[in-house]
Design a protein around this ligand. Structure first.
Ligand SMILES: C=C(O[C@@H]1C=C(C(=O)O)C=C[C@H]1O)C(=O)O
Length: 303
């Protein structure tokens, strides 16, 4: 501590936020408070790490470790609570980014994993998304095309893959690679907290080998193959579910990725969607469950 920065005693709340007409604290006093808070936050992160050390032992004892340590249901719930309780000067974007890095890195130190991402749609946006959600300590591996991401995750024990959760002609029906029972599955949809001005708002599905005790089934994602695909069929399913369609012109059909809420508003199960397709003249050739994730959660954004 320099002579220009004396060590004052801790400030009372009334001096940190003085009322109208009250004497302002000195810059030195306020910086001392900032240093105290930084040391407390750092100590709390170290303590969080100690809890994780014990959590690893508990998971080992329960036999629930191995594979990915990523628990998307828990993370979705934590991120919703964080967004809902946030207030004050620090932007929500920053708070969300800090906690994504904290949680993803603590997941990594439990069981190392890499994040494989499909850069084919837009390298900058996908890299921003991967780094925002998983930080810089978790290794990042770039792929050109979603099929490469699916293959890399399939060959790994606990790696995660990021693929676009939006229609893109360039991608083909990558999700058909998730149909075999032993293939990776969709386990999350990011960002967990959506808003119009999200700084890393590219909608992505996170794929991984699913962990038995970790599935979130609020929204099911189905790979559906239809014959007789048409604009009429597309219009019939649009109000019922989020659908990504890749038409197969040779066969007059399409491969669809259909997200179906399991409960609540919009629920009705896959059957309702298949019935709407049939009523619109399409015939359903197959339907395979390729994953599930937490309900989408939208935050109002800046107050
Ligand atoms: C700590 C756990 O493992 C992971 C890390 C988390 C964290 O650091 O908060 C939360 C969920 C998991 O993805 C857990 O399973 O609770």
């Amino acid at each position: 501590m320099s002579a220009a920065d004396p060590a004052p005693t801790s400030l009372t709340a009334s001096r940190v936020e003085p009322g109208e007409g009250a004497a302002l604290p000195t810059l030195g006093e306020l910086r001392h408070e900032i240093d105290r808070i930084d040391a407390d936050m750092h100590a709390l992160l170290i303590e969080r790490g100690q809890i994780i050390d014990t959590l690893v032992k508990v998971k080992q004892a329960a036999g629930t470790e191995g594979g990915s340590a990523f628990r998307p249901a828990r993370e979705a719930a934590m991120m919703r609570r964080l967004a809902d309780r946030h207030r004050g000067r620090l932007p929500l974007d920053t708070v969300e980014g800090i906690w994504r890095v904290i949680i993803s890195t603590f997941t990594y130190v439990q069981a190392p994993y890499a994040v494989h991402a499909d850069l084919a749609t837009g390298e900058a946006a996908m890299r921003d998304t991967a780094r925002f959600h998983f930080g810089f300590t978790v290794p990042f591996e770039a792929h050109m095309g979603a099929a490469g991401v699916v293959a890399a995750v399939a060959a790994s024990k606990g790696d995660l893959g990021l693929v676009p959760a939006f229609s893109s002609a360039a991608h083909g029906a990558w999700w058909t690679g998730l149909e075999p029972a032993a293939a990776p599955k969709i386990i999350a949809r990011l960002p967990f907290v959506e808003r119009a001005d999200h700084p890393a708002g590219l909608p992505v599905f996170c794929i991984a080998h699913p962990v038995a005790d970790a599935a979130v089934t609020e929204v099911e994602v189905w790979s559906v193959h239809v014959a007789g695909w048409s604009a009429n069929a597309a219009r019939a399913v649009a109000p019922l579910a989020d659908v990504i369609a890749v038409p197969d012109r040779g066969l007059d059909g399409a491969a669809l990725l259909v997200s179906v809420p399991v409960a609540g508003v919009g629920a009705g199960g896959l059957e309702k969607i298949l019935a709407a397709l049939r009523a619109a003249g399409a015939s359903v050739r197959s339907a395979a469950l390729v994953g599930s994730h937490a309900s989408r959660y939208t935050h109002a954004g800046k107050p």
